[in-house]
Design a protein around this ligand. Structure first.
Ligand code: BES
Ligand code: MN
Ligand code: ZN
Length: 503
């Protein structure tokens, strides 16, 4: 898909432009938007609206051909809902509708002449981002593994945003950053959707190497021997039952000043989570190929910020392995020693995410980070608590202390990729007591996503830290099964905001 912007004036009018399609808005109450009015010299659009063929309800559409006085072959009327204010939610549904029409018409290029600068509490840049992501998400296919691919329908391949001269510069920058974000999300989706016999820890490390080469990023991939030397006994205990070698990937995007402390992203990369000896039940176990979506999010976010040449130091760390049962697998009752020296009684081998993350969280102390954010499909309990709408956010660092919570929540809101704050406090630590080691790897019943976060917190005392539990948001189940690319938008926006606020 190709995106660009165009400004219109008295000479270059919307009516004069030659394109396969022009999309203009209609508000509830049968009201044409100003661009629609400008286009409607013949009264054909007003007549279509008056006839009741389109009401203006957000997300409704009406495609007209050969409108008198309009050079473009088609005019797409798009319902925007209420004017004044035009809400972000309605604008989003309108753009999703535009995306699905664009994907199924004979036009190869199209102009979007919607009120991009009129969406409440947002800028033209925001509206363009919303449009680019809607169109790219609609066009996303994962058919790599099919021997016979569905033929692609004829569709719009070139999208032009009509903007005012005042907005042109910001619009152009937004197109570039939105496209970079879409590329990042697509990578995250692809990696998530790949089957676990293809997307192994070795495969993830190769993807990281390729990306490092393409974008000139620093990279280091540690193998089992090096992890043993680092005494990552907790991480390594998860790999015991698998024949796939574990990998520990470190990516560096040093776009900021050399002395600036980096933001570190840590991703859980279990390429298949069978549960290990504490075997999961069979139903939907295939979905545990998505247990590497934290890792895929780190890679996708790096894809986005590298393409953007973001002026910030960011380090990505991925701990990746498989969790399998076998004669050599870790048993319930085994006690392992983490890199931090703290000992852990493994009461349930299915609580493996925290076992790999805790060593990664100790490892990243060496970077003296300005903040560390880990991203993990960590607990089914988080899905029970928040469903599929919000990522769970756990951090002790709020307004009174560094403001990381507020930063991440705000980035999620802007990006339409929201998180919801969950508690993290001393009281939950009681639940992790072990009779035989420093802690158990599961909590006593209740608050499963919170006790998991409390476990991780014990390894994060040296820096500002937040944990994102993406078990409910990283992929969809059922007929529309597939990775969502979340929370790449949240994290990319968070990092972009850090450049402008120079934290
Ligand atoms: N990867 C799972 C979490 C998960 C389960 C995410 C289902 C999405 C859907 C994680 O490794 C796990 O198995 N967690 C256990 C922890 C329990 C044993 C304390 C869980 O959530 O059941
Ligand atoms: Mn598990
Ligand atoms: Zn898992």
């Amino acid at each position: 898909m190709d995106f660009s912007i165009k400004t219109f004036d008295a000479k270059t009018t919307l009516a004069n432009i030659k394109a396969g399609c022009i999309a203009v808005g209609v508000f509830e109450g049968k009201q044409l938007s100003s661009a629609a009015k400008a286009l409607d010299t013949s009264g054909a659009l007003a007549a279509a609206v008056k006839s009741g063929d389109i009401t203006g309800k957000a997300g409704s559409t009406l495609l007209l051909r050969s409108v008198t006085g309009v050079q473009a072959e088609r005019v797409l009327l798009v319902g925007l809902g209420k004017t004044n204010p035009l809400s972000q939610k309605d604008f989003g549904s309108a753009l999703r509708a535009v995306a699905s029409v664009f994907a199924a018409i004979g036009a190869s290029d199209a102009v979007i002449a919607l009120p991009l600068d009129d969406v409440s509490d947002s800028s033209t840049a925001w509206a363009i981002n919303c449009a680019v992501i809607a169109i790219e998400s609609n066009a996303y296919r994962f058919d790599e593994m099919k021997s016979k691919k569905d033929p692609l329908p004829e569709s719009v391949k070139k999208v032009i945003f009509a903007v005012s001269a005042d907005d042109a510069e910001a619009a152009k920058a937004s197109v570039a950053s939105s496209v970079a974000l879409a590329h990042g999300m697509n990578l995250t989706k692809d990696l998530g959707n790949l089957p676990p016999n293809v997307c192994t820890p070795t495969y993830l490390s190769e993807i990281a190497r390729k990306m490092a080469k393409e974008f000139k990023l620093g990279i280091e991939v540690l193998d089992r021997k090096q992890l043993e030397a680092l005494k990552m006994g907790s991480f390594l205990s998860v790999t015991n039952g698998s024949i796939e070698p574990p990998k520990f990937i470190v990516l560096k995007h040093m776009g900021g000043k050399a002395k600036d402390a980096p933001v570190v992203l840590v991703g859980k990369g279990i390429t298949f989570d069978s549960g290990g000896i504490s075997l999961k039940p069979g139903a939907n176990m295939d979905e545990m190929k998505y247990d590497m979506c934290g890792a895929a999010t780190v890679l996708g976010t790096f894809r986005a910020i590298a393409e953007l040449k973001l002026k910030l130091n960011v380090i990505g760390v991925i701990a990746t392995c498989e969790n399998m049962p076998s004669g050599s697998a870790t048993r319930p009752g085994d006690i392992v020693t983490s890199m931090s020296g703290q000992t852990i009684e493994v009461l349930n081998t299915d609580a493996e995410g925290r076992l790999v993350l805790c060593d990664a969280l100790t490892y990243v102390e060496r970077f003296k980070p300005s903040a560390v954010v880990d991203i993990a499909t960590l607990t089914g309990a988080c899905v029970v608590a928040l469903g599929n709408h919000n990522t769970g956010l756990f951090t002790r660092h709020d307004e009174a202390h560094d403001g990381l919570a507020e930063e991440l929540l705000a980035a999620g809101k802007t990006a339409g990729d929201t998180a919801w704050r969950m508690p993290i406090e001393e009281a939950y630590n009681e639940q992790l007591k072990s009779n035989f080691a420093d802690m158990a790897n599961i909590g006593t019943p209740g608050g499963g996503s919170i006790t998991a976060a409390a476990f991780l917190e014990r390894f994060t005392k040296q820096y500002t830290w937040a944990h994102l539990d993406i078990a409910g948001t990283a992929w969809k189940s059922g007929a529309a099964k597939g990775a969502t690319g979340r929370p790449v938008p949240l994290l990319t926006t968070f990092l972009q905001n850090r450049v402008t606020t120079a934290k």
